[in-house]
Every structure is written in structure tokens, then in C-alpha cells.
Design a protein. Sequence first.
Length: 142
Amino acid sequence: MGIKIGFICTGNSARSQIAEGFGKFYAEKFKKNIEIYSAGSNPSGHVHPVAIKVMAEKGIDISKNRSKSLEEIPLKDLDYVITLCGDAAETCPVIPDVDTQHWELPDPAKVEGTEDEKVEAFRKIRDEIEEKVKNLIDSIIV
């Protein structure tokens, strides 16, 4: 029986999808029996194309991922819930009776500016998420 981690956000289109991609990558790399999920309290219905692009730059394909609701993942079976909402206006869900961590990360999809500036915002968040996910997976004893 492995550990189950859920990365939860509002739309499940960018930050939680990036975290899911890195979670699966590092669980496999560190050879840990960890199942990774992501979902949103109000799923957007799509994975943000720039999230797919910046993850491809790291060699991780999330293009086949889809935006999922909380009902589509084994919420009650999760060992860890990581919420990734940053803006106070966002409504990060609270999951009772689970080891919950909140990573306050701004939504790169809300960045305005040139295409290059938007991509750079996604890269910055991607790199921050990668470091946090890598440390989390590395710290879990299974």
C-alpha cells in the first residue's frame, strides 16, 4: 500500500498539473511507491497550453492530462493534500483529516504582458513547484 498525494488547486489547469507531472517524475526517479493525483475545486476543463509547453522543456509530458474535479480522485484515501492556490481571492478547498500543506503560489495564468513574459511567469512557478515537489517526495519514507 503506497502513499497517495493530491495536488489541489481551483482550476486544475496549471499549478496542480505541473505538480502532478513532477510528482510522478520524482516518485519514479526516487523509486518510491507513491501515487500522485491532481484536481480542482472548480476545474477549468483544460490543461493550460503554456503549462504543457514549460513542462515539455523539462522533458515531462502533461499534454494528455485533463482537468479533474475533486470527486474524480480518491480524496478520502489521500495521505497528503497539497494546495497550490496563491491569491487570497482564490478558494482553495480544505480537506479534513488529511496532512495538508499549503504552498502559496501565484497563478501564472493571470500574468498579463507579452507572450514571452507569460511564458517566463510559468517557468518561474514551474521551477518553484519542481523544487517543492522534489523535496516532498524525497522526504517521504515508503
